[in-house]
Design a protein around this ligand. Structure first.
Ligand code: ADP
Ligand code: GN1
Ligand code: MG
Length: 368
């Protein structure tokens, strides 16, 4: 959505929420790949107030009502169990109620929701090991807080979101079609994905045979989906709740490592710089295990290192699939951005594969 379309909708959304005051500024915020996210500043009775207005991407989320219903179930559960003003409730983003009492509104442009603007840093790359420990602890605590909530109450917002096996099958179907004639320049990456497809079907198979249970998980634990206090390095709030649904503990651990323990950003083009920062990996692992230890089974613990590689492999599949499909899913900043992202993730995955034994060792060290 262009800024212009957003501006055409601000007044209507503001009215549906009944916010008082005058809008004194509106600008895009963050670096998300999916939704349209704007910070809107108000002046009311001499006071400044800022909100985040977000339009949910309707290409990615075919049924956005389901998302808002999942979020309501989760936030009602937390408020009831821990209290509205508890630390637990503050850790997870909440949405404002519109005049009709819902946590979203709809208009001709789609489904919108509004949250209070929270001051904090949203990192694409991290440069402080403390942040890794704290974030590992926070994402683990997110699962711990929700450990007794029945995952069956939540609906999958994107079916088979982390079913790496199915995603890979669909990827190879798209390769066979090669609708945009882009496969020739990705031969190396396609060969890599083909060679390892069985290795990275394992998490799904371990779930299917009952070894790894579904819990309520976040499923998109990229580092810019958690706000961090710049001064203390401590997490303030977990954001981007669109994919909170049944999943494996491993998905949250693995995706956070993929995003936060790379030496580089997710789209680095100098592949010699890309790789697993083992110190970061270890600190995140220490934090995550500290806050999940009381419910994490041995099989789940044993799936963590594998999950980091699996989530990274899955992102090679997803970015490359989007590239050969004509860039419809992820927001891109330039031509070939998805190809660059895929290449970066492939290099990271290779580096993890070379360090897998060491990665398992670090998990055991903090679990035992
Ligand atoms: P996307 O699905 O597109 O990633 P997010 O919900 O993650 O959408 O929002 C994109 C970015 O906007 C976040 O990474 C964060 O930087 C910023 N953001 C979202 N909500 C808030 C908020 N309430 N306060 C401050 N920043 C926010
Ligand atoms: C997307 O929404 P955002 O930018 O936080 C994507 C994640 C990917 C990530 C890769 C709903 O996350 O699954 O891991 O990009 N979210 C969705 O950067 O597909
Ligand atoms: Mg996000």
């Amino acid at each position: 959505m262009t800024e212009e379309i957003f501006k055409q909708n601000i007044d209507e959304i503001t009215d549906l929420y009944g916010f008082e005051g005058r809008v004194i500024g509106a600008a895009p915020v963050g670096n998300g790949h999916i939704n349209d996210t704007y910070k809107v500043d108000f002046l009311a009775d001499g006071e400044h107030k800022s909100y985040v207005y977000q339009r949910v991407n309707d290409y990615v989320f075919k049924n956005p009502d389901v998302i808002m219903n999942n979020i309501k179930i989760v936030s009602d559960y937390i408020t009831e169990k821990y209290g509205e003003d508890s630390e637990e409730a503050g850790m997870i983003l909440s949405f404002e109620k519109a005049k009709d009492g819902n946590n979203f509104v709809k208009n001709s442009a789609g489904l919108w929701r509004v949250s209070k603007y929270i001051v904090g840093d949203s990192y694409d790359t991290v440069s402080d090991a403390r942040v890794l420990y704290n974030t590992g602890f926070a994402f683990g605590k997110f699962q711990n807080i929700l450990a007794d909530l029945d995952a069956n109450l939540l609906t999958e917002t994107i079916p088979d979101f982390h079913n790496t096996k199915k995603r890979t099958e669909r990827f190879f179907e798209a390769v066979a079609l090669d609708e945009h004639g882009r496969c020739a320049e990705c031969e190396k990456e396609i060969a890599f994905l083909d060679k390892h497809r069985n290795d990275f079907s394992r998490l799904v198979e371990l779930h299917e045979c009952g070894i790894l249970p579904y819990r309520v998980t976040h499923n998109d634990t990229k580092f810019n989906n958690i706000l961090i206090d710049k001064e203390t390095g401590k997490p303030i709030c977990v954001l981007d709740l669109d994919t909170v649904m049944p999943g494996l503990v491993a998905y949250d651990f693995g995706d956070a490592i993929r995003a936060g323990a790379n030496y580089t950003a997710e789209d680095e083009t100098d592949l010699s710089k890309v790789g697993l920062n083992f110190e970061y990996y270890e600190q995140f692992t220490r934090g995550f295990i500290t806050s999940t230890k009381d419910f994490l089974t041995v099989s789940e613990k044993d799936s963590l290192a594998l999950s980091a590689m699996t989530m990274t492999y899955e992102l090679v599949v997803r970015f490359l699939h989007d590239y050969i499909d004509g860039d419809k899913y992820f927001r891109i900043a330039h031509e070939k951005h998805n190809l660059e992202r895929a290449r970066c993730q492939m290099r990271l995955c290779e580096d993890m594969m070379a360090n897998y034994g060491k990665m398992c060792g670090a998990v055991d060290k903090y679990y035992n």
